[in-house]
Write a protein that binds this ligand. Sequence first.
Ligand SMILES: [Mn+2]
Length: 338
Amino acid sequence: MDMTDEFYKRLKATLDEYEKIIITTHIVPDADGLGSQISLCLALRELGKECYCVNEEALLERYDYLDPKKTILSLDEFHSKHKKFKPDLVIIVDTNKISRTGLKMSQYLSAFSNIIYIDHHPSEKVSLGVHFIDTNASATGEITGRLIKKLGLEFTKEMALALYTAILIDTNTFRYPSVTHYTHKLIAELLETGVQTTEAYNHIYGARKLKQMHLLGHILKNCQTNSTGEIAWILITKKQLDQYESDLEDTHAYINNLLVLENVKIACMFREEGRRIKLSLRSHGDIDVGEIAQELGGGGHNHSAATVFEVPPGFNQEEIIQNSLKKIEMFLKQLNAA
Ligand SMILES: [Mn+2]
């Protein structure tokens, strides 16, 4: 949508009306969801509001450094620590679907009518005053950063580290076409608080265990491409994760390695997640992988999108992978012919 002044005015006016707020995000939250939650929560507290971040699951230990004030609580923790707290506003960040907040969380949220979304993913239906969606923003953290300024606040170092990390992770370290001069202007302001770029980078991409490094090696060694080299793919199975003592979140950025191949136009990462297979798609931005993902039942941006396949009984993973690769190849053929 837009990133005009009007957008932030409306958003500010909405927040001004409420005093008791919870902020949530999608399941298996990434640093964009978490960083947006944490910084917005700190900002709203500075304005004197009572605010908590509440997620389906507790914060993973690896993200503790982003949340020194412990703003993020699991739904269970929230219920036991703040029994009497009744939010008058719920903010969902970095997704625009309630179902993505998790099973228990969506159940809990079904009791509330005042819910707004702050997000940068395209949404099928957008209602004004409810969906604050700017698909031009590189990250929800970018929207949150501008919002905090609009609220008349200065960035604290805690807010800035959370936002810097959010944008870092969602832009593949400022490499995606979604990065604009607006992004970098905001980054400049965040760095003014004393955030150290190397430290922020190493927290999120560094500090890997040797086993995790070997998993990456194993996965990339088995990378395949189609005959023209335009489509590249990797597969990550549960068995490999166990074998290398790694978890799903460790593999988050693996797909970015495929984009350095010389002819590649579409990068695909298939990941076994329980009974489902998640397919992530990336491009350099010239090919709209969001459209491909949509045709495969998912969605996303031009350069970054995803979909999830249920594996029906009797089907095997390989069939699903080959079928979707065929569809992606068809899509590319049509584009190349046009
Ligand atoms: Mn995001």
